[in-house]
Ligand binder design. Structure first.
Ligand code: 2HG
Ligand code: ZN
Length: 465
């Protein structure tokens, strides 16, 4: 019980309104994310309801030298929300409200525990759009999205979370409250600490409030799914689509991804299989735009870059096509796949994919390798499934070996070992392939300023020196 735990006693007595639990089921539930690789072992879980409580937790943690793990929807794939070493999890589940709408500035002020989907709905209620979107929308929270600078399926049109954050309130590792940027569009007054916080994976501060920008409602759109005969066709199709259509998404997946998502209940789109597929979402306000899209499809067909295709004729058909892409992660979850989430410049994709294919053919001859992702942004997801006969440790060791090879290849072409999932625990050993030693030293220095005792999500992103 928290009240009898000597370490927690002064937190609990000092903050009688604060919910703190040490129930074993809660520790397990709040101490893990979707990685499922680490055994959760937090000391306790605190569930603050306001900023003052978060500050009180941070001050208490600073005095007692207790590590804190901020926690949103815990849908992360890099272990950023894992608490496996006696930390106190600070769950923002009870700070999940929309606080206000500003019509003149077109912003919503929200608490960090607000699920992304509810934020999108709140924007729609005001006739506007919060455009960052991805499959975990129902469970992930805006605080977690900010922590990883989450991307998703419409980055090609709207950019990452970073582009939509107009202001942040943040509690530092000493319990100080910072009010960063305050919704200003123009603010040329020195270092933009708001942007430092975005993507910092809870290592610099606890986001307690965010002001998010909204935009015009989405245009009418249609979705096409193409079957491609070869990897080399992917970027050719992308180029043809991008030049002639106004894209809001351009995503790809391989035949193994389709296999799993169909086995999980989705409708197979074509009679004949193909090695690769792309899903294209584009503005289609009228028949002329639809006709243009058909024209693009025919060009791709004539060039031999596409062997089959289908275009949605209704919102339900568009949703069914999207399910083939958005259902991939869920269809693979029972296998607890090993995940890579890498990015390279768009121009580097063809060569990089060939290099990757050669590495996988050599290193994973018997593994089921599922490729998919946001290829229009240069972001590829690779999910590797463990052969049933292989022990967990041997499987992870082989995947880590391949990730090292990928990291070296990324370093050589200026890519990133984490495009949008974050470094967390999973990728921290590869950070030096993406960020220089000088950059990492500066990052550590920044952390020391904002979190002098090293208590905010320690061991995530990098180990303390
Ligand atoms: C997606 O794009 C998500 O669907 C999850 O980023 C990717 O499961 C994955 O590897
Ligand atoms: Zn993704």
């Amino acid at each position: 019980m928290p009240k009898t735990d000597p370490v927690l006693a002064d937190l609990v007595t000092g903050q009688p309104q604060l919910a703190v639990t040490t129930d074993p089921g809660d520790l397990e539930h709040y101490g893990r994310d979707w990685t499922r690789r680490w055994r959760p072992a937090p000391l306790a879980v605190a569930l603050p309801t306001d900023v003052a409580q978060v500050q009180a937790i941070a001050r208490w943690a600073f005095e007692r030298r207790i590590a804190l793990v901020p926690s949103g929807g815990r849908t992360g794939l890099s272990g950023g929300a894992v608490a496996a070493h006696g930390e106190v999890v600070v769950s923002f589940e009870r700070m999940n409200r929309v606080l206000g709408f500003d019509a003149a500035d077109r912003t919503l002020t929200v608490q960090p525990g607000l699920p992304l989907e509810r934020l999108q709905q709140a924007a729609a209620e005001h006739g506007l759009l919060y455009p960052v979107d991805f499959a975990a929308r129902g469970s992930c929270t805006i605080g977690g999205n900010i922590a990883t600078n989450a991307g998703g399926i419409r980055v090609i049109r709207y950019g990452n979370t970073r582009e939509w954050i107009a202001g942040l309130k943040v509690v530092t590792g000493t319990g100080e409250l910072l009010d960063l940027n305050r919704g200003l569009i123009k603010n040329s007054s020195g270092y933009d600490l708001r942007h430092l916080m975005i993507g910092s994976e809870g290592t610099l501060g606890l986001v307690v409030e965010a002001r998010v920008r909204l935009t015009e409602p989405p245009p009418a759109s249609s979705v096409m799914l193409f079957a491609l005969p070869a990897m080399d066709a992917l970027m050719r199709v992308f180029d043809a689509c991008r030049r002639q259509l106004t894209l809001s998404a351009f995503e790809f997946f391989n035949d193994r991804a389709l296999h799993h998502v169909v086995a999980h209940g989705a409708q197979a789109p074509f009679a004949q299989g193909a090695p690769f597929y792309v899903i294209v979402e584009f503005d289609a306000a009228d028949e002329a735009e639809q006709a243009l899209a058909l024209n693009v499809f025919e060009q791709c067909l004539d060039n031999g870059w596409v062997v089959d295709g289908v275009m949605s004729q209704s919102a339900a058909q568009a949703a069914a096509l999207w399910r083939l892409r958005e259902g991939i992660t869920e269809s693979l979850a029972p296998y607890r796949p090993y995940k890579n989430d890498i990015s390279v410049q768009i121009g580097a994709i063809p060569a990089f994919m060939h290099g990757m294919q050669a590495i996988f053919a050599r290193e994973y001859p018997d593994f089921d390798v599922v490729w998919f992702g946001h290829i229009g942004d240069g972001n590829l997801h690779i999910n590797v499934l463990k052969p049933a006969a292989l022990a967990d440790e041997a499987f992870i060791a082989q995947c880590e070996h391949v990730t090292r090879l990928l990291s070296d290849a990324l370093a050589a072409c200026g890519g990133s070992i984490s495009a949008e999932h974050g470094i967390g625990l999973v990728k921290k050993h590869y950070l030096a392939g993406t960020r220089s030693a000088a950059e990492i030293a500066i990052m550590r220095g920044i952390k020391r300023v904002l979190d002098p005792a090293g208590l905010l999500n320690p061991g995530k992103l990098f180990d303390e020196p």
